[in-house]
Design a protein around this ligand. Sequence first.
Ligand code: NOJ
Length: 533
Amino acid sequence: MTSSSPLTGELKWWQSGIIYQIYPRSFQDDSGDGVGDLRGITRRLPYVASLGVRAVWLSPIFTSPMRDFGYDVADYCDIDPLFGTLADFDALVQEAHRLGLKVMLDYVPNHSSSDHKWFQAALEGRDSEKRDWYVWRDPAPDGGVPNNWRSFFGGPAWTLDEASGQYYLHQFLPSQPDLNWRNPAVRAAMFEALRFWMRRGVDGFRVDVIWLLAEDDRYLDEPENPEWQVGQPEHWRLLHPYTQDQPETHEYIREMRAVLDEFDDRMMVGEIYLPVERLLPYAGREDAQMVHLPFNFHLILMAWEASGVRAFADSYDAACLDARSWPNWVLGNHDQHRFKTRVGAAQYRVAQTLLLTLRGTPTVYYGDEIGMENVPIPYEQMVDPAGLQQPDSPAAGRDPERTPMQWDATPNAGFSAPGTQPWLPLAGDAAQVNVQAQEADPASDLHYFRTLTRLRADHPALVGGTYRSVDAAPGVFAFYREGDGERLTVLLNFTGDSADLPELTIGQTLLSSHGDQPGSGAPLRPHEARILR
Ligand code: NOJ
């Protein structure tokens, strides 16, 4: 396949740059309460900049009762005291910009916290001026829930408000009532929140569950999912033709985009778990633009196996070219198990290399650059409601991937002062796997990550160049990135066998995951990632 892909100079920051996700509770605690905060993040920004990334995305920092750790917003235009103040936030933005980093916030439009004054007003009764800001239904004829819709965290998606006798909708916790996006007043208020932050210098947004904004207003039961298996999250028991990916959602996103376009050079990336043919339409068309990047989570969801990953990368790259949509890639986030744990330690650098060399914007989750792994959390120590509410679904809890950043070998790994109790336990290997130790070791994962980002900076072909996969050997995924008068070859060995690839290994090795410079023609070793010119 040949493609015409723009070169780096013509690209926007969110196309050429790398996005780095910070989970604020877990990055750096400077206030000494065991929970990370804005001042801590600001102090660590030089480290973030040193990684060679272009933007930081902060998971929610807004006023919140924290029942879903900030994804339950009680005031869209203020900072939760746990994290700091608006002045701390302004200082963070200033420091980030000084370092050349863009700042992205997490915008949570589908639902507010039940503590939000809008919902409190809605609870005053059917005549409340804010009643229609949320989604209300009368009980079914038997007095029960209006239909069979289920919450993502288990249990019905409806909770009864006894005072009025009506149920309200919540796709997540009962304390996260769904906002009614059909109501223009809701949209106007939510758009004002975007303007509030953009006026403060925010460069972009990650938009939470953007594909869930609207529901079908016939409120029909959702069908059973014939593929659901015992042990999988309860929400998967149903298919979701009426609660996800509705035509109205596309309209609302176009309006949202117009709000971003009132400002210079802002962007949004949408959280969307959908197959490619339903994902790419979220980027919109030239005349009706939507999100700049619809998150592509497929590397997380698919089996880690060379031919499947190659087939997906081929079809996704081609689909993006067809749709004139800029590709993007993700290996981890605060809802998914750490990628090193998923693919296995032997494959860690292969996966990291893939993420940073495919065509498209990579999003990196904090700590993945030093190879942080899932931290096993026993049920008694769990704090994530998704895990606590689904004890029969062991993989549902998200605490294992949210543990404190490992900065050094001191008792709380430099995340919190020694003697403080961090909100989640630290990894057992924090004394060995940490930033300070890896800074001192040229062969570390951290230096490997920096070498990859430097290669991207030095070789525009890796950023704006075309992508074309080539046949290699079973278990090896090989592709070319070409542009700006240069062709780079990326070889990824997904197996523990070495592979003789006489044609593909000719050239100068720019990087090997094994830390050396194999000569031209040297076979690809087990689990090796190699980039050649
Ligand atoms: C998706 C977020 O990523 C997740 O952490 C959160 O629990 C839900 N949306 C609800 O906001």
